[in-house]
Design a binder for this molecule. Structure first.
Ligand code: 1GP
Length: 249
């Protein structure tokens, strides 16, 4: 089981770093280079998914990714159309920061039978979108309001609710290519209250940022835009090696 394996790695090696590939048409030309960068960066896992796929080639791109990497594919779907037999696991997300039924339960119901038929491992994940300077694609597409990071109690209440609902993972999202990631003090406070692993993503662009997030309680870091923008494995490899050993146990 993929999640058990990641958790075992996390407990013995510390914070895990996952690559995120957006399998959208915009990346078609650089997809081989993205995969090559991921393969050479010693990532601990691979997420694949995007807010919106503009054509019907999602599955085709997943096959291509699968053929070209040894990392198992974990879906991080923007909606129920992003389910594929080429994946081994799925973050079964519920956008709990929002109040739009489509992303709280409707897309989940639409996708459940397909996931079951394809025998994809399900990782129940509470998904919380944080407010940053820039409006994220998630905010625009889901038509939901992100959580104000200054309202610590409200964020922690959402985190606790996500945990009490039985989620195995909590994804704290600042939006792809965000100018900032989650505030460190908030992350620290969340990590003292929450016992399920914390996955942090959105705007991780440097080793310093990755180290601060891991040092503040992030169990998993997700890096997407940096891979696409730089296509330089030296940068991502340095980040991944730097957090190894932090948060062991
Ligand atoms: C987006 O959290 C992920 O959903 C990754 O964000 O693309 O900014 O790395 P970046």
């Amino acid at each position: 089981m993929i999640f058990d394996k990641l958790e075992k790695q996390r407990i013995s090696n510390g914070t895990q770093v996952l690559a995120l590939i957006d399998p959208d048409a915009k990346n078609d030309k650089i997809l081989p280079k993205i995969i090559d960068t991921v393969n050479k960066s010693n990532f601990d896992g691979l997420l694949v998914g995007g807010s919106k796929i503009i054509d019907d080639n999602f599955n085709h791109r997943l096959s291509f990714i699968k053929e070209n990497t040894d990392l198992p594919i974990i879906l991080f779907p923007g909606d129920s159309s992003q389910i594929s037999e080429n994946a081994e696991a799925i973050l079964f997300l519920s956008l709990l920061s929002g109040r739009n039924p489509k992303y709280l339960i409707e897309e989940q119901v639409i996708s459940a039978r397909k996931i079951n038929d394809l025998n994809i491992e399900v990782i129940p994940t509470g998904y919380l979108l944080m407010k940053t300077e820039k409006k994220s694609a998630v905010e625009l597409i889901s038509n939901t309001s992100p959580l104000d990071m200054n309202n610590t109690n409200n964020v922690i209440d959402h985190c606790l609710a996500a945990q009490y609902m039985g989620n195995k993972l909590l994804f704290l999202e600042c939006g792809s290519n965000s100018n900032s990631s989650i505030e460190l003090n908030l992350l620290k406070q969340i990590s003292t209250k929450i016992t399920i692993p914390l996955m942090v993503g959105g705007g991780i662009k440097s080793k310093e940022m990755a180290l601060s997030l891991a040092g503040s309680g992030a169990s998993y870091l997700v890096i997407g835009s940096l891979i696409e923008q730089k296509l330089d494995f030296n940068i991502t490899l340095e980040i991944n090696e730097s957090v190894r050993g932090l948060n062991v146990g």
